[in-house]
Structures are given as structure tokens and as C-alpha cells.
Design a protein around this ligand. Structure first.
Ligand SMILES: NC(=O)c1ccc[n+]([C@@H]2O[C@H](COP(=O)([O-])OP(=O)(O)OC[C@H]3O[C@@H](n4cnc5c(N)ncnc54)[C@H](O)[C@@H]3O)[C@@H](O)[C@H]2O)c1
Length: 282
């Protein structure tokens, strides 16, 4: 049985075939070609199996998002499959999963390399999405420091004083700063390399979304997270499908005027922190 005879399909490249990534891809992939990249063969097998048995056209590739060469090979592979219309980056590690060095190398530098690499292959009219985090709103960075971050090439990010002196102090700080840097990476690309290719790029900053990563966080620091969720307007965690709904909008043609921006989807956690209804660490 041939399910789809169309050979010229638009390509969706997903880096990080985890829960949120799989939900986003599934929401937008009908009639398109999906390329999944992940360091975990197990995740690739599971997600590609589930997608294939729901009628989607999927290829997989082992990619290490800590390595520039591996990410560039992934971008080249995506381009070899057809017009790269969508790039989604959900590869990441959370505070209770890794040390500061690892979080910064993956969530900040690796994301930078991915944005750079796909900034060379995106098709005209294409769209990208980086999954950042609500934590990107939890550690305000002074404007001058943000301008330094914006000016730094990806290779030099680890040398910036805010990274060496502050972010390296703890996994929590590393994660908050890396996720804020993601917002800046999207702004910078939207105004430079991605702009030149007539492609858009944005970030989504999710609150606590129930995925394997969130299970790890709750197992390590559940009480604090529970208080944070209880103090929020939604009084619950979110789901990958809710993130996918917003992602589909940002990646789609109705969002053609939206680039270089962040969409916070946190059930009201940041609002409760900013208004003093919840204090971080309580
Ligand atoms: N779940 C949450 O509550 C939450 C909240 C805010 C932000 N986020 C962010 O969302 C993104 C997706 O997380 P998720 O919750 O879907 O988790 P997940 O664990 O389901 O997905 C993460 C994926 O990244 C992959 N990955 C890890 N290291 C990699 C590497 N070196 N190279 C390639 N792939 C690698 C993992 O194998 C996994 O498939 C992450 O960036 C995370 O920081 C998650």
C-alpha cells in the first residue's frame, strides 16, 4: 500500500524528539516530510513509530545537540530532503537533570548552533520555533548585558561574564539564563540570518508541562513546584497538546507578521510572581 505518492514535500526538522516536540510535529505534519533528530535512539524509535502508524512520513537521525558538527549535518540532511519550511528545537535538559555546564552547552550554545545552522537552509516563507521556558522570565538580566549577549557569536557565549560568573553558580541559574538567552537568539536571528532567508523565528516559553522532563523536576523538587502551580491562575500544569496548538499558530501562515518574539504559556505563573502572589523558592 502506498499511502502518499507526493514526492515533493515540505520538510519539518525537529531537534529533540521528546514529548513537546512530538506533539508539535503531529499538529502540523499532514502531507509533509518529518525529519526527527535526537541523541536518544529509544526516543527516535518511539516517536517515529507512533507518527508512522498515524500516517506521517518520518525519517530519523541521531543528532547530538551539544555538537556543532552534528547539528550542521542535521541541517544539511533536512535540506537534502526538500524545502525546509519548519524547524523546531526542543532539545533540552532541566535543572534537576544536569549540571550548569551541561545545561548551558545544550539549552544555550546548542540552541545557538541550531539557529545558526538552520539560518543557512530555511526556505523562503519558512518558520522556526525554539522551546524556551517560563524560567526565562525569572532572572531579569540588565539591558546592557542583554546587548552584550545579542552581540556575541554563539562560539563566544560561554566566555561572557554573566555566564562565567553567574550562570555557572547553579543548575537553576544556568537554566533561567539559558532560557532568556533563547529569547535573544530568536530576536537576533529574526533580524539577521533568518530575515535574509525571508524566514521567521520565535520562541515559546512554557510553564510546567507534564512530560518526562517535568516528572524528573517534580521528583527532585516537587513541593516547590506544587506551590508555584497552586498559586497560578490556572491552578494546574499544562499539556504538550496546548503548547502544540500555539506552536501551530506561530509556525503557520496566520502568524506571518510575527517574528523575533516570545509567547509565554504558563497558566499565569509569571503573573503571580510579578504581582507578589507567589515568591520563588517559597
Ligand atoms: N516539560 C516542562 O515542564 C518544560 C517547561 C518549560 C520548558 N521546557 C523545555 O521544553 C523542551 C522540551 O522538553 P520536554 O518537556 O518535551 O522534554 P523531553 O525530555 O520529553 O524532550 C527533550 C528531548 O531532548 C532530547 N535531548 C536531550 N539531550 C540531547 C542532545 N544532546 N542532543 C539531542 N537531543 C537531546 C531528549 O532525548 C528528549 O527527547 C526543553 O528544552 C525543556 O527545557 C520544558
Amino acid at each position: 500500500m502506498i499511502f502518499d505518492r507526493n514526492e515533493k514535500k515540505e520538510v519539518i526538522a525537529l531537534l529533540g524528539a521528546g514529548s513537546m516536540g512530538a506533539a508539535i510535529v503531529r499538529r502540523i505534519a499532514a502531507g509533509k516530510k518529518i525529519l526527527l533528530g535526537d541523541i536518544s535512539e529509544k526516543n527516535l524509535e518511539k516517536v517515529s513509530h507512533d507518527l508512522q502508524y498515524c500516517g506521517y512520513d518520518v525519517e530519523t537521525m541521531i543528532v547530538n545537540a551539544l555538537e556543532k558538527d552534528s547539528i550542521e549535518t542535521f541541517a544539511q540532511k533536512a535540506a537534502s530532503l526538500g524545502e525546509v519550511k519548519y524547524f523546531i528545537d526542543t532539545a533540552g535538559a532541566s535543572p534537576n537533570q544536569a549540571k550548569p555546564e551541561h545545561i548551558l552547552a545544550l539549552d544555550m550554545v546548542g540552541t545557538g548552533y541550531a539557529v545558526d545552522a538552520f539560518g543557512k537552509v530555511m526556505a523562503k516563507g519558512g518558520a522556526g520555533l525554539i522551546i524556551s521556558s517560563q524560567t526565562g522570565y525569572m532572572y531579569p538580566i540588565p539591558n546592557e548585558t542583554e546587548l552584550e549577549i545579542l552581540a556575541a557569536p554563539t562560539e563566544k557565549l560561554m566566555e561572557l561574564p554573566i555566564i562565567k560568573e553567574t550562570a555557572m553558580q547553579s543548575s537553576g541559574l544556568a537554566y533561567m539564563i539559558a532560557k532568556r538567552v533563547n529569547h535573544l537568539q530568536a530576536q537576533k536571528a529574526a533580524a539577521s540570518s533568518w530575515k535574509e532567508r525571508r524566514a521567521r523565528i520565535n520562541t515559546i516559553s512554557p510553564g510546567i508541562i507534564v512530560t518526562p522532563l517535568a516528572y524528573d523536576e517534580f521528583a527532585a523538587a516537587g513541593e516547590g513546584y506544587q506551590k508555584m502551580v497552586d498559586a497560578s491562575a490556572a491552578e494546574r500544569c499544562g499539556t504538550s497538546d496546548e503548547i502544540a496548538e500555539a506552536a501551530a499558530f506561530l509556525l503557520g501562515e496566520h502568524a506571518g507578521f510575527i517574528t523575533g518574539t516570545d509567547l509565554l504559556i504558563d497558566g499565569g505563573v509569571i503573573a503571580s510572581i510579578r504581582t507578589g502572589n507567589y515568591r520563588l523558592g517559597e
